[in-house]
Design a binder for this molecule. Structure first.
Ligand code: FAD
Length: 818
């Protein structure tokens, strides 16, 4: 065994093999893959997966990863045998609700580049004559199919390029990972030690065990999952091809099916979650059948057995042969776990990855390891997304189990998890409850979505034409309309406690931050600066505001959910041995936004600081005492109105709320929740990171080029921006309005030019002030000219949209009718 390696990859399942292969293709050598079982049927989850690939996914990156995977597997072969069978897929509808949902899924698939369409019952039966004619229709997706994962792993690993750069050690177990000063130094195995400063764990269900070797909780849970095969069917007699029927999903009953030669494979999620703790996982040689298989539990398959007979009548009461409870991983949010852990330099994970995504994941992991940039927006799956409360074992159990049982459910994008809740509460949470707030969870925080205490406003405004029905009415309340309008008319009080607030101070702080930021931070003390932080390739890694509190002291404020991601990015750039301090003040500071035309009147009532334009200009900050509570006030708002954000001590949060809210009645200013916040921001054209902003687009493409100062000196991403400018814009974030008044869409819908999908909706909202449905999306520049007519498809219906100048809302032109 080698004693040194450039990287040690733990696990030769499909993910480890795919990453090693892609690293070889990037020219890496000196790669070691350690596998506790035999190659390539290792006994991990890959060995038992029937290999169904459904590319459609509500998350765009996941869908792109599956498309990359299909491309990769389709080009692989082992001993003349294919590694991928593109037979297509059918997701069938058993209920009218599912049929509607499939229309939405067709839209999502189209948005992300799939060839997906709705087909009739008869068309579905043409594809698969074994289906019951009780189905109401199906979604058919071209190029979905069956992956032979073990074959693909072997094909990649025995390719010439991999053979030259990778050493595989089978029947070798990683027993420990050593690190010094938070950096990986070596890997211990039962066959010896390998020095390395880079470890990638692709250990699948064993991922948490490997994480523990470096003191990291990997928030995933191994789950048992029932899978069985039928005896040969006489209807398939003589069938010797691997697969010819499209792969099949019966989501109304949480099941999937595949034909394999003359038998059918049946998978069922239709049972309670059966988590397996990491300690229960057996070593290869100890496992009776395989370490990722437990004994089949017929009681958990019973409901599925009955449902199978309903969907595929020839399978009714059929005898089953191969029967397993296979084990694979589920995470707290349904996304894989990818990237380098901020806690230990050189320790990377690529876990909880399905066969469906493993080809693409291997590719981006290799790119990420090679250049520090995965080349695609990975924020949903990045290890940096986890908050400390996400690492709690009970939390992991509850969330992973829920994700298992809901895997095929129809989930509204605004649907909230029921538990665990109330993890982080604003100091004035009790007051919000008294105001009958409806809460949503974000980064562990309970944030008001709307307040039923605003019901009296329903009489004040003419909202009849804004009322909703159907899908867009779910997880929504008309309170969102009146809170929006009341903010525009007078003002709203917003709970911003969940924001991440980070103090950065010490000698060199200005230079450090200025090298990260695209805007110029060398501004007078007191200035508030909006800026993006870029990747080397010029993509927007973070967007945030930085307030200069002193010569070498700054307050960075960023959104709640992504705040930790931003904080990790900043911390990762701090030079080793630097004296600069990075203090996360999020848990000790509350924040309240007072936004709207009368916000000055309200705040002037509770503070003696002069709030006039000349004394307290836009994008500046001042200390302010509110009823004796020392606060920092920033003159900024995220809704396109006059306003301030007030930051005060968490311990005095209730008193601060009482002071501000207590005076708000005089000005008809009301507490406002996130639902209104969203429509206010979209109306004003403010970008949201994760929707409009991502590492895949530069600030110029995203329309925030105004906050880039190329002449200020060097900063991360500057060279790439200059290069982008030279090449010219190809795509641009574009604002569109729906031609038909009263129509609202929800986001992720395809934007069409004729029959061609040219983009998808990044954010959507109804602009109640302007009485228009508004959408944003990246369009090729040739389609982004003002006045251009396009279509957006929502639940199978085409709606005309017009490219519009932005922002759609401008307070100077606004006259509200009440
Ligand atoms: P694995 O294949 O488990 O590989 C991890 C490897 O790490 C193992 O070989 C293990 O031996 C090795 N290892 C662990 N610890 C150590 C150590 N300490 N030292 C050395 N080696 C170690 N996905 C789909 O996309 N489509 C499907 O249809 C599908 N159906 C499934 C049905 C079943 C019954 C099961 C079980 C899974 C299914 N999956 C499916 C999920 C899919 O199989 C997995 O998500 C995927 O195979 C995980 O790949 P991996 O490489 O991460 O893990």
């Amino acid at each position: 065994m080698k004693s040194k390696a450039r990287i040690v990859i733990i696990g030769a399942g499909i993910v480890g093999c795919s990453t090693a292969y892609h690293l070889s293709k990037l020219g890496w050598s000196d790669i070691v893959v350690i596998e506790q079982g035999p190659l390539f049927e290792t006994g991990g989850s890959t060995s038992h997966a029937p290999g169904l690939v459904f590319q459609t996914n509500p998350a765009r990156t996941m869908c792109v990863l599956s498309q990359e995977t299909v491309k990769l597997y389709s080009n692989l072969e082992l001993d003349g045998q294919a590694c991928y069978y593109p037979v297509g897929s059918m997701e069938v509808a058993w209920t009218p609700e599912r049929l509607e949902e499939l229309k939405r899924r067709v839209g999502v698939g189209t948005s992300y580049g799939l060839n997906a369409g709705l087909i009739t019952t008869n068309e579905a039966l043409d594809h698969n004559p074994l289906l019951s004619d009780k189905i109401l229709g199906a979604m058919f997706v071209e190029k979905d199919g069956i992956a032979k994962a073990v074959r693909a792993a072997e094909a990649m690993s025995t390719s010439q390029i991999t053979k030259e750069s990778v050493d595989f050690y089978e029947f070798t177990k990683v027993t420990n990972i050593n690190s010094i000063n938070g950096r990986v130094t070596s890997v211990e195995t039962d066959k010896g030690l390998i020095e390395t400063d880079m470890v990638l764990s692709t250990a699948g269900i064993w991922g948490p065990k490997i994480g523990r070797m470096v003191g990291i909780t990997v928030p995933q849970r191994a789950m048992q999952h029932c899978y069985a095969k039928t005896i040969p069917l006489k209807e398939l007699e003589g069938q010797t091809e691997e697969v010819t029927h499209p792969v099949l999903r019966h989501q109304d009953k949480a099941m999937y099916f595949r034909q394999q030669e003359d038998v059918y494979g049946i998978g069922s999620y239709n049972h309670p979650a059966l988590p397996v703790s990491a300690n229960e996982l057996l070593d290869y040689e100890m496992a009776p059948v395989s370490p990722s298989i437990k004994s089949f539990t017929p009681e958990h398959f019973e409901a599925g057995r009955v449902d199978t007979g309903d969907l595929l009548p020839v399978l009714k009461d059929i005898e089953l042969t191969y029967k397993i409870n296979g084990i694979f991983s589920f995470t707290i949010d349904g996304f894989p776990i990818l990237g380098e852990w901020p806690q230990v330099k050189g320790f990377w994970s690529a876990e909880a990855v399905w066969i469906t995504h493993a080809g693409g994941v291997g590719k981006i992991m290799a790119q990420w390891l090679d250049s520090g940039d995965p080349g695609i927006d990975t924020h949903e799956m990045d290890v940096a997304r986890f908050h400390p409360h996400n690492m709690d074992e009970k939390y992991i159990d509850i969330r992973a189990s829920q994700n298992y049982v809901e895997v095929y459910d129809i989930i509204h994008p605004a649907q909230q998890m029921e538990e665990p809740r109330n993890i982080k509460l604003s100091p004035f949470h009790k007051s919000q409850k008294e105001l009958k707030a409806s809460f949503i969870e974000s980064g562990g925080w309970e944030r008001p979505n709307w307040f039923d205490s605003n019901k009296m406003l329903l009489e004040k405004y003419d909202i009849a034409s804004f009322l909703r029905s159907g899908w867009e009415n779910k997880e929504w309340s008309p309170m969102a309309i009146v809170e929006h309008l009341q903010t525009r008319l007078n003002g709203g009080i917003f709970d911003l406690t969940s924001f991440t607030k980070v103090e950065i101070k010490g000698e060199g702080s200005l230079d450090f931050l200025n090298y990260l930021a695209s805007n110029d931070l060398d501004k007078p003390v007191g200035k508030v600066i909006y800026t993006s932080l870029l990747t080397e390739s010029g993509g927007v890694k973070c967007d945030l505001t930085i307030t200069r509190l002193g010569e070498e002291r700054f307050l960075v404020v960023t959104g709640g959910v992504m705040g930790l991601h931003d904080l990790n990015w900043i911390a990762s750039k701090l030079p080793v041995g630097s004296d600069i301090e990075i203090n996360d003040l999020s848990e000790s500071m509350t924040a309240i936004g007072v936004w709207g035309p009368k916000s000055r009147d309200l705040l002037q009532k509770v503070s003696s600081v002069d709030l006039s334009n000349s004394a307290f200009p836009y994008m500046s900050s001042k200390m302010m005492s509110i009823n004796g509570i020392e606060c920092l006030a920033l003159r900024i708002s995220y809704v396109g109105e006059l306003g301030w954000e007030i930051y005060g001590p968490m311990s005095k949060g209730q008193a601060l709320w009482d002071s501000i809210y207590g005076q708000s009645g005089e000005f008809d200013i009301v507490p406002v929740g996130l639902a209104a916040f969203e429509s206010l921001r979209v109306e004003k054209g403010y970008r949201l990171w994760g929707n409009e902003l991502s590492t895949e687009y530069t600030p110029y493409e995203s329309g925030i080029g105004f906050a880039v100062k190329l002449n200020k000196g060097d900063f991360i991403g500057r060279d790439a921006l200059i290069e982008h400018n030279r090449a010219g814009l190809k795509k641009i974030l574009t604002c569109m309005t729906l031609d038909k008044q009263g129509v609202v869409v929800m986001g992720k819908e395809p934007i069409m030019f004729g029959n061609k999908c040219i983009g998808y909706v990044t954010s959507a909202a109804y602009g109640y002030s302007v009485d228009k449905g508004i959408i944003y999306g990246y369009l090729p520049v040739e389609y982004a000219d003002e006045g251009r007519k396009l279509d957006v498809i929502y639940f199978g219906e085409n709606y005309k949209v017009t490219v519009s100048a932005e922002p759609i809302f401008d307070p100077k032109n606004f006259r509200l009718k009440t």
